[in-house]
Design a protein. Structure first.
Length: 84
């Protein structure tokens, strides 16, 4: 005996999975997205701000050292390449 409700759940799950797939414009491959790009960026920014605030309160941020300057230079180069 087949259960029609189970069949409907399978179809619903397949529809959800297919609707969450999109084409990556850079690689042309399909990708499965659970959250939108905008949501991922905004949540990442909020997490970064929170983390930096906590580290700042604990005085664990190294800002003026030679090592921090080198990290900034490397990061700027990576960002420039990512944007291109």
């Amino acid at each position: 005996m087949k259960r029609p409700a189970f069949k409907h759940l399978q179809l619903l799950a397949a529809a959800i999975v297919l609707s969450a797939c999109s084409q990556n414009p850079l690689t042309g491959r399909s990708q499965f997205l659970l959250v939108s790009e905008g949501m991922a960026v905004s949540q990442s920014a909020a997490a970064y701000t929170s983390m930096m605030g906590q580290l700042g309160k604990k005085k664990q941020i190294e800002a003026d050292s030679e090592r921090a300057q080198k990290v900034r230079e490397i990061t700027d180069k990576l960002i420039a390449q990512a944007v291109r």
